[in-house]
Ligand binder design. Structure first.
Ligand SMILES: [Ca+2]
Ligand SMILES: [Ca+2]
Ligand SMILES: [Ca+2]
Length: 315
């Protein structure tokens, strides 16, 4: 049985603070793994927030070592300033004044990757109103080259970086909120991308995640709108099979992971206004069980999985 570092970490995290239970309760937990534990877990606490200047109305942040000094930095996209702010990290939880990247379009969402495989991190941002993604190639010192725009379908709301074609070059996927599609941009490995291939998914998609659901080492897609989940099995070359639709979804954000330790990828969906998390346990054939809905103590707008996608996945 395969186990994954995220699953092992999740198991340790979710068991933190949980009291010892009876053997019968343990058997129940195995039958419905981790879900009760998620409800009962002890929440972590943090010191008071430190605030650092970015641009006007930052909407998304990502982290990476953009300056090449081995210290994590922060990149924030500023939705009404047409800018991205790079905040170099000092290594002690504080950050330097931002380096500002300009673009000709307003950007809302951000993702990171090494698109030209020079070991210097690059950025891609969605331009919701402009119907573009903007690719910024990193110089490795916190500065970036002038952005190159690639046309998407209408209203891209999220961009994800993953190698969909298995050639080692990162590709891009956008969820296009007004087109009922995702746009696939296959990377050429030199920092440029082929024109978009638009694939039909559920109507008005606004969030997506990538995972190997079927166990064939091809990257698959999970795309949600407010009430449906579309799962698209990858063919391994950047093309996808027709979507399989799941109803009963109530979500605003989607991620994948190994939540019950069986080695098959599962899906988690949050809904910020409903205060819920939904878990869909994955079956060995890439299908999913009915969503299990959990109440959360407060509004959860976004769920993230800290992972750089590479296929085939490490065992
Ligand atoms: Ca750095
Ligand atoms: Ca690069
Ligand atoms: Ca690729």
């Amino acid at each position: 049985m395969r186990t994954h570092w995220l699953s092992r970490w999740m198991n340790r995290f979710l068991h933190h603070g949980v009291k010892r239970r009876s053997a019968q309760a343990a058997r129940v937990r195995l039958a419905r793994p981790r879900l009760e534990v998620l409800e009962d877990r002890t929440l972590l606490s943090f010191a008071s927030a430190l605030n650092f200047e970015a641009g006007f109305r930052p909407t998304t942040v990502v982290t990476g070592d953009f300056t090449g000094d081995g210290i994590l930095d922060v990149a924030a996209v500023n939705s009404t300033a047409n800018t991205i702010s790079i905040l170099p990290g000092n290594g002690n939880g504080t950050f330097q004044s931002p380096i500002t990247l300009m673009d000709s379009i307003a950007m809302q969402q951000l993702a990171v990757g090494d698109f030209n495989r020079d070991s210097k991190l690059d950025l891609v941002a969605t331009g919701y109103g402009a119907n573009f993604v903007s690719v910024f190639l990193g110089n490795g010192d916190g500065t970036f080259q002038k952005p190159v725009n690639y046309a998407t379908d209408s209203n891209p709301v999220q961009v994800v970086v993953a190698d969909l074609s298995g050639d080692g070059s990162p590709d891009l996927i956008t969820a296009n909120n007004n087109s009922n599609t995702v746009s696939i941009f296959l990377g050429k490995g030199d920092g440029t991308f082929k024109s978009a291939s638009n694939v039909t998914v559920c109507s008005n998609p606004f969030a997506l995640a990538v995972g190997n659901f079927k166990g064939d080492n091809n990257a698959d897609l999970a795309v949600i709108n407010g009430s449906q989940l579309s799962v698209l099995f990858g063919n391994g070359d950047g093309t996808f099979q027709a979507p399989v639709t799941y109803n009963g979804i109530n979500g605003t954000s989607v991620a994948t992971g190994y939540f019950n330790g069986d080695g098959f990828r599962d899906i988690v969906i949050t809904n910020g206004s409903a205060d819920t998390v939904q878990i869909l346990i994955g079956n060995p054939d890439g299908t999913f069980q009915n969503p299990v809905t959990l109440a959360t103590p407060g509004q959860r707008e976004c769920v993230l999985e800290q992972r750089r996608w590479h296929f085939p996945e490490p065992g």
